[in-house]
Design a protein around this ligand. Sequence first.
Ligand code: C2E
Ligand code: MG
Ligand code: MG
Ligand code: MG
Length: 291
Amino acid sequence: YHAKQKGNHYLFFNDSMNEQAVKRLQIENLMRYGLKEDHFVVYYQPKMDIKTGELVGMEALVRFITPKKGIISPGVFIPIAEETGQIIEIGEVVLDKACKDVKNWIDQDLFNGRVAVNLSAKQFSLPDLTTRIDVILQKNQLPSYFLELEITEGTVMDDPQEAIAIMRSLSARGIHLAIDDFGTGYSSLAYLKQFPLNTLKVDKAFVDDMNTDRGRNMVDSIVTIAHNLDLHVVAEGVEQAEQLVLLEELNCQTIQGYYYSKPLSPEEFSEFLRGQKQRQRKEQPNLKVVN
Ligand code: C2E
Ligand code: MG
Ligand code: MG
Ligand code: MG
């Protein structure tokens, strides 16, 4: 241990703590450089209808691709970006790219649903949040109808009254709102009812636990709460066919997970959309496709 005197306080740190601090600083610097050099890209993961197997939407997920360190996982850099505030700029890059890609897919008649973009707590509490979103939508000529924002319980429960006001202004624009990782944070049911929400996303941890009675009951409860509140349910992190069967029994409509697809690059996702379209044509041979 080293001890450093700072005012009246002694700060103790060991080498591994020091190493961690150095690593954080390194990532902070990489992110600053990466924002300048366009190293943040967006991948898309399909959300599928459990009954029809058709695409209903997708989630935009940021990827940080550095020339020297390779791909850095969101699990590593997002928490640091949250702390440094860089998440605000990164989040806007993601929103901008997602709007641009979706606009293209709509114009090519490959897609006609919503793209879900994750919104961090820092972004959510920006006083000019709605203006910033409007500007990005306008720049990309994307109507707000095509956007959904995913926020966590922590983000909205921090100051629920304030959150209601912010959510109302987003909802009034036609933007859909989803609670992400539902069940892992603290939500009050009383507030949940007051939030202008559209969707609850069941966290992967619960889906993973569905092979036990307890786990299955938990998912059952979440789906029931959602439906009682007139909300749509998306199950996250579905990997196995057995999970799919159970989720269908529990009336969960929408599935996101490796079972259908990992997050895809924009090019790969375009291909995925073309495949979906072909499938539709085969299933409706009498339908004339005008184009
Ligand atoms: P999330 O929003 O809950 O996103 C779902 C995560 O689960 C993604 O991880 C996705 O790749 C992963 N996933 C989906 N299906 C499966 C599956 O079947 N198996 C497994 N093992 N994983 C699956 P990812 O992309 O690493 O992102 C992690 C988290 O980072 C996200 O969790 C979100 O909280 C955050 N994040 C990602 N992109 C953004 C962004 O643009 N802005 C903000 N603020 N946060 C983001
Ligand atoms: Mg999400
Ligand atoms: Mg999630
Ligand atoms: Mg998450």
